[in-house]
Design a protein around this ligand. Structure first.
Ligand SMILES: Cc1ncc(COP(=O)(O)O)c(C=O)c1O
Length: 425
């Protein structure tokens, strides 16, 4: 009996707060016991009881090629033999930085870190240091990691827990954070160092930027001399071959990356022009550091993933996802519920409603749909049928390049049944 999800989660709860190392994994908003993953391969994860799920969590977007891609496993095996961390420069970090900067126009330099949180936190410090201004504008429902100044109105896990922010964050820590409504260009004052935005909001389920929003932010930042920061921790090298800049035709001053660039290992990065990045230590006065930054294993995996994918792979995945989104919507509608599956490139969201509604354009609208209670029973009905969506209504679905047409068709068929269960709930 020790190899059951129940048993592992009981052991976890004894030694790890809430049994999880990140609250979104806890099933708190959907109820029940999380499955404990024993292994993953391609589009699937298998739990400790040997049950297989078609996985749309994909480490919240860190796996672009699916789990344990053979080429990624091989580079990791090769890299590990040579040592895993040194505290000195390595070729691997140069190769990853080159792969990123060659792809994204205007991204001349990157500094590698170990998580998306660190990337955004450091980019904000750099923006403040470079502009000598204090204020940061973020948007309601956008998540930028769990650093103090940015947790306010954070979407995702914070919203799932029903929290406005977090205990332990001082008023001082957020006093320079201004929260604006997504899809409305705020009028900026000249004390704003930077505007931080998810180019596609993917932590309040999926809210796409309306036409002109990102262009408007660019123009408003230019008007007052503020920097525009794209938080591409989710969209980077996933939305398109070169990310959101290529997809929307808007160039930020600073980029933040994570997830995909680590190939499933812990990496983040922030970057921009050489001139801007020269404010960073050791060249400039903005301090930023990390013992494991640019880790050899993580850079080997990330570089491999970036080198394996081509622009046409993104086009193909986007086409498949838009077909999947349409079929998912229709399947849910066949149950009498309304399913909304907005998609943007390969990113796809899922809102459930009993009444006709339109796709949300901001957090207030998204919240109404995410908090209507329908997702909970839908989620469990999908899980019972071997399909793992994220255990929270504020998350999007991550379709990897390993998901086959059969996987997507099975998911649609299961969604029709699960929506009937949710409709009766
Ligand atoms: C847009 C965005 N920014 C930042 C982060 C934080 O990244 P990490 O969890 O790697 O610290 C996330 C995590 O989901 C994210 O979605």
């Amino acid at each position: 009996m020790s190899d059951t999800n129940e048993a592992w989660f009981a052991r976890a709860q004894a030694v790890i707060p809430g049994g999880v190392d990140s609250p979104v994994r806890s099933f708190r908003s959907v109820g029940g016991t999380p499955y404990t993953v024993a292994r993953g391969y391609g589009a699937y994860v298998e739990d400790v009881e040997g049950k297989r799920y078609i996985d749309f969590v994909q480490s919240y977007g860190a796996s672009l090629l699916g789990h344990a891609h053979p080429d990624v496993v091989k580079v990791l095996r090769d890299a590990v033999k040579d040592g895993t961390t040194f505290g000195a420069p390595t070729p691997g970090e140069v190769l990853l930085a080159e792969a990123m900067t060659q792809r994204v126009a205007g991204l001349e330099q990157v500094r590698l870190v170990s998580s998306g949180t660190e990337a955004v936190m450091s980019a904000v410090r750099l923006a403040r240091g470079a502009t000598r201004r204090d204020k940061i504008v973020k948007f309601d429902g956008c998540y930028h990691g769990h650093s103090d100044a940015l947790l306010v109105a954070g979407g995702s896990g914070v919203a799932q827990m029903g929290l406005p922010g977090s205990a332990g964050v001082t008023a001082g820590a957020v006093s320079d954070t201004i929260v604006a409504t997504y899809n409305v260009v705020p009028e900026l004052h000249e004390d704003v160092a930077a505007v931080l935005v998810e180019p596609v909001a993917a932590n309040m389920n999926l809210v796409a930027p309306t036409s002109g929003f990102l262009q408007g932010l660019r123009a408003e930042c230019d008007r007052v001399g503020a920097l525009l920061i794209f938080d591409e921790v989710i969209t980077g090298f996933r939305l398109a071959f070169a990310g959101a800049e290529q997809y929307f035709g808007v160039t930020p001053d600073l980029w933040c990356f994570g997830k995909v660039i680590g190939g499933g290992l812990p990496v983040g990065a922030f970057g921009g022009s050489k001139a801007l990045l020269s404010s960073l230590a050791p060249l400039g006065p903005v301090y930023q550091a990390g013992t494991l930054s640019g880790n050899p294993l993580a850079t080997a995996a990330g570089t491999k993933v970036l080198n394996l994918v081509t622009p046409s792979d993104y086009d193909a995945l986007s086409d498949r996802v838009s077909g999947f989104a349409r079929s998912l919507q229709e399947a849910i509608r066949s149950s009498g519920l309304v399913g909304l599956c907005p998609s943007e490139g390969p990113l796809v969201g899922l809102y459930l409603s009993r009444d006709e509604t339109t796709a949300p354009s901001n957090f207030e609208e998204a919240k109404l749909l995410c908090d209507n209670g329908l997702y909970r029973s839908f989620f469990h009905a999908m899980l019972d049928r071997g399909v793992a969506f994220a255990p929270g209504a504020y998350e999007i679905l991550f379709v990897s390049m390993a998901h086959s047409d059969d996987d997507l068709a099975t998911t649609v068929a299961m969604a029709a049944e699960a929506a009937e269960v949710a409709a009766r709930s």
